[in-house]
Ligand binder design. Sequence first.
Ligand code: MN
Length: 379
Amino acid sequence: MRVAHISDIHLGYRAYSRTNERGMNQREADVLRAFRSALRAILDAEPDLILITGDLFHTVRPPNSSLITAYKYLMELQAQRRGAPLVIIAGNHETPRIAESSCILALLTHIPGIQVVFDQITQLELSALSASLLCIPARGVNELEQRILEPNPNARWNLMLLHGLLEGITPFALERPIDRQKIVREEWDYIALGDWHLYTQVAPNALYAGATEFTSTNIWEESGRAKGWVLYDATTRAHEFHPVPTRKVYDLTPIDAAELSVAELNDAIEARANAVEDFDGAIVRQRVYNLLPELRSQLDGELLRELKMRALHYHFDPRPPRVGVRSGQSPSSERDEGEPRLTLVDEWRMFAQSYPLPAEIDREAFIALGTRYLVGGEA
Ligand SMILES: [Mn+2]
């Protein structure tokens, strides 16, 4: 059985003020484009089953523009697939806080072949595939502790779908991480995970497909990472990650303004931007550390205006110097408003970006692992 797994699409996500030629927020249009591109590739791959593991919609009440378009895409997809099974679980973003209010995903159950789980943990039986699907939507995560999760012995295939963060998956500490031992077990033919926006293999049979566009609260940490969907073969437990085209996101190397003249600082800002080949239309952040207000006011306004015009979004992010803080001093004094020149994680990422690695080592995974060690060590 071949499974297409897609997650965290966040239809209806909007950001920045730019609109497209039809007046739609450009980022909302980007998210729809990524979704359509993924669905086309999934259709071509002819999977037996499609799984969407939560956050199909960015909000409980998505804008009509995204809702109508998404409905049309899914109708067309299911018509072409002749109603072959497609299962959606709800993520935290589309789940209403009040249990009685219905979930927007219920609308999609009217499309042939689509089944939706948005409330409690639910076992779905897909008899045509002899597959049993244990579905754990965002709201179901609260039930996990009281539940014993067991495959159906009568089904040929047992799959689990979960929207939530497993312990150890994020570089930051979680309030209530999900017990890995409880979820990641050999007896499941596939464990399809959602909520974490980066494609991540947890085990050969357990994967986060990641998001299809840059829609999380910290897109800068995700810059340079591919977005896409997963094609998984339940027989061999092998999978392929299929990237989709997205808006480009660049977190430029920070500039330390401490010892720069105005001219040097302007040059550095321009040089960093020009080093990005496809700067036009991209989402870009430029941090400048130790920038004194008097220097800031002398910055080349025309240069900054031009960069803001060319990029979809140019986030110029100046940080004033940290004043009078030495090690051992309380960091709570009101003069301590600034940031350190670079955080340890910044230094690590800059170092690891260009560090020579053996070909078999994945650079992004290497950087992420180092980041995890650093952040974990501080906690
Ligand atoms: Mn999400």
